[in-house]
Ligand binder design. Sequence first.
Ligand code: SF4
Length: 446
Amino acid sequence: MMKKAVVLTFGCQMNEHDSQRMGSLLESAGYKVVPCSTTPDMVLINTCSVRGKPEQKLSQLLSNLKKDKNQNPNMKIIVAGCVAQQKGEDLINKFPFVDVVIGPDGEEKLLEYLNQINKGVSVIDINFNNEFSYAETLVMGPSHNSHAYVTVVKGCDSFCSYCIVPYVRGRERSRIIKEIKEDVKGLVKKGFSSVTLLGQNIARFGRDNNEDFQSLLNEISQVDGLKRLSFLTSHPKDFSKKIIKCFEELPNLCPMLHLPAQHGSNKILKAMNRGYTREQYLDIIAELRSSKVWDKLSLTTDIIIGFPTENDDDFKDLMDLLERAYFDNSYSFIYSPRPKTKAVELFGDKEDKANRPLFTKRLLTYQGRQKELALEKNKRLEGVILEVLVEGFSQKDHNKLTGRTSSGKVVNFVGDKNIFPGSYVMIKIIKAHPTYLSGEVLNVKS
Ligand code: SF4
């Protein structure tokens, strides 16, 4: 009987992608990756340290797994990702039943480490690696073959004052276009017609080897059979008009842009070391509005509320930015101090518990208005026919299928067994909701 591995992922798309690759490596080592199991042979937790909460969740999870490991000492536990990188040996000291602790750059050696732990040797690898030796085309089987991620830039050099990423993912290094194109061709051959290029600050792609992001988009968009190309994440300070031109000119470049504003107050943006003002951010939005892509574009952002020194006026500026930018969605959170960062050096490492109710109120105000705006935007799509790439069953309602429009909007619909993940269907949007659309199938394309 095949051994079962459960892969749990916290955090960003970069982590989702890393988990896909580690899942593939586990499958090549004879494991079956399953969504959940009461008796797994392995649990791999891919962690996130961008905020404090996922880190607390990891501690709870490991405390629970201790009991399982006592009952089944052969079960292997691997902690990967950013918390693994940040904590290293401390993790094994605190949770000695953990078999492997690997940072993002050590994940490619997973098979080697499986051999070691099978011999009873625990492993810690939190070294940074400047090479891209990962087989990008390693991705899991048919249930995942609608969409693939390809990392094009590792690390980050931006040092936003609140962010731990530069410390856990290392310096920025780009891959070369030729190699990335080969990976994408390989993915298309395997049936993936939709690819997202990943980088923490993707517009800086190529600065370390005389290439540039626009050339990357141009080259990759020409891969035969690639129906959808998208990218994440764009830092406003490095966003250029040339990217808008790519949106206008490349037919398979999806009209979706994640442009993290983080705040709407110049005082707070400066304290965050974001490298742009609210005016500069809104100038980008104005450029987008006057471009051909605006009508189709889905614009999303990240927002941090309660950054140290934020006052009522700063919050008003944030709400004003929300109105003007007219986002389709915001990923908004209360500030959480992260170790090693400049913000901790300046403002301390303690959560501001006294002001927590105020921050929660601001967060709910922001999210409430965002929801209204998102619904308003989605309502424009009612009655419109859109092409949807099918991903599988809806998590909320297993009687329905789910997929995404080219702008990344989730569409839930009733479908039959002939519609499989990876196929495209034409859907008429029947009802808009703030975070998804409901529709009905008109026809299946492939
Ligand atoms: S751009 Fe800023 S927020 Fe994003 S990963 Fe880099 S340091 Fe962190």
